[in-house]
Design a protein around this ligand. Sequence first.
Ligand code: GDP
Ligand code: IMO
Ligand code: MG
Length: 428
Amino acid sequence: MPGIVIVGAQWGDEGKGKATDQIGERVDYTVRYSGGNNAGHTIVVDGETYALHLLPSGILNPNGIPVIGNGVVVDLDVLFEEIELLASRGVAAVERLLVSANAHVIAPYHKVIDKVTERFLGKRKIGTTGRGVGPAYSDKVNRLGIRIQDLLDESILRQKVEASLEQKNHLLVKVYNRAAIRPDEVADHLLSYTERLRPLIADTALVLNAALDAGKIVLFEGAQAHHLDVDHGTYPYVTSSNPIAAGACIGAGVGPTRIDRVIGIMKAYTTRVGEGPFPTELLDDAGEKLRQDGGEFGTTTGRPRRCGWFDALVVEQAVRVNSFTDLFLTKLDVLTGWEQIPVCVGYRVNGELVHHVPMTQSDFHHAEPVYEYLPGWTADISGARSFAELPDTTQAYVKRLEELVGARISGIGVGPSREQVVMIRDLI
Ligand code: GDP
Ligand code: IMO
Ligand code: MG
C-alpha cells in the first residue's frame, strides 16, 4: 500500500526535509533514493536544529526504519559521522538504519576529482558541492564503481579500487598535475569501515517490497530537485542523478505501480545554488531581502543561495514530469511584508511570449520573465494553523499558484519548526 514520493519542484532547498519530517510519525520506512551528501536537509524539532546530508530526514521519527537505497552514493566518512552525531543526540532510529548492498561508495579520489575538474573548467564550472558525487556516479555508469557489498570481500575490493584508479591516476598526474593516489591506502581506508557497516547492509529492495506487500507506509525522500535532474534539469548545470519521482523506482528498487502519491515541495519564491539559468533571479536589493528573510545560505556549503520570484513555468514542468498528486508550499511566511509580489507567468524569448520552459538551453538562458503582480500582506502568518486564518491576499496568492502550476496545494509551511504548518488535506 502507500508508497509516497517527495520531490523538490525547483532547484533544491525547498524544504523537503521539513516536509518529510511532517508526515514522519506515520511512516514505517523513509528511504533516500538518489544523490549523496551533496544534499542538506534542515529540520527543526522542539527548538533543536538537525542538518542531515546523507541520512533520510525520517530518521528523526522514533518509529520508522531509515533506509539508504541503491540509488544513493555513500561517503562512508560522512555516514558514520552522521550516525555518531545523531546517536549522541539521542536519535534512536539510527540503530535501525539499513544501507543497500548495491549503493555505490564515494571514495576519497572522487572528492579530489570533483574539485580539480571544477577548477579545470574555470568559467564553465558547474558550481558543484565538491562532495565527489558526480565522479562517483560517473564511475557507476562507467562500470568502475565500488559498491557497498564490495567491502565484504577484501580481495574484490582491492582489485576494484586498483582498476578504478589506474586511469584516474594518469589523469591526475598528467592532466591535473596532482600526486597519484595509492590504491592500497584507499582500500585500507574503506575496509576500516567494514565491520561497522556489515550489520547495516541489506537487500533493501527486498525489504521495501515486502513492507509494501504488508501494507506498510514507505516514504521515498527525494534529495536535490526536478531542475537538477540529469535528464530533465538545466543540463549541464545539474547533479549527476535522477531526483525526479521516477528516480524513486530505480533508486529504491520498486515498480511504478507501487507509488500512490507524489508530493512536490515548492518554495513560495525561487532559489538555486551553483551556476546555471535562473530567469527570475534578482541581483538587486529585493534578492538580498529574500536571502536575508529566508535565511538562504546553503546547509551543505554555506554558499549564499541565488534568490528570485516564484516561477510558475519552472514548477509547471516539474508537475508534468513528476505527476505530482499534491504540492507542499514552503516558506510562505518569508514573503510577508511585500506590498506586491511578482509571479512569473511567462517568458519572452526572442521577442515571443512563451508559457512553458523553452525546449533548448540557449533559449532558457535568454528567457526574460513576464510578471503578474499579486497583492502582498503584512500580518505575521507564522502562527496560522488553518487556511482560513491566513489573510485574504495570502489565500489568493496560494490559489493563484495552484492555478498557474496545475496541481493542488495540500500543505503550507509558515515557519521552520515542525508545528509551523497549515494542512489543507492529509498527505498520506
Ligand atoms: P531541503 O534541502 O529541501 O530539505 O531544504 P533545506 O533544509 O536545504 O532548506 C530549507 C530551509 O528552510 C531550512 O533551513 C528549513 O528549516 C527552512 N524551512 C523549511 N520550511 C520552512 C517554512 O515554511 N518557513 C520558513 N521560514 N523556513 C522553512
Ligand atoms: P538538497 O537536497 C541545492 C547543486 C549544486 C550544483 C549542482 C551539482 O539540499 O535540495 P553536485 O555536487 O550535486 O555535483 O552539484 O547541483 N546541488 C544542490 N543545490 N540543493 C541541493 O540538495 C543540491 N545538491 C546539489 O549546487 O549546482
Ligand atoms: Mg537543502
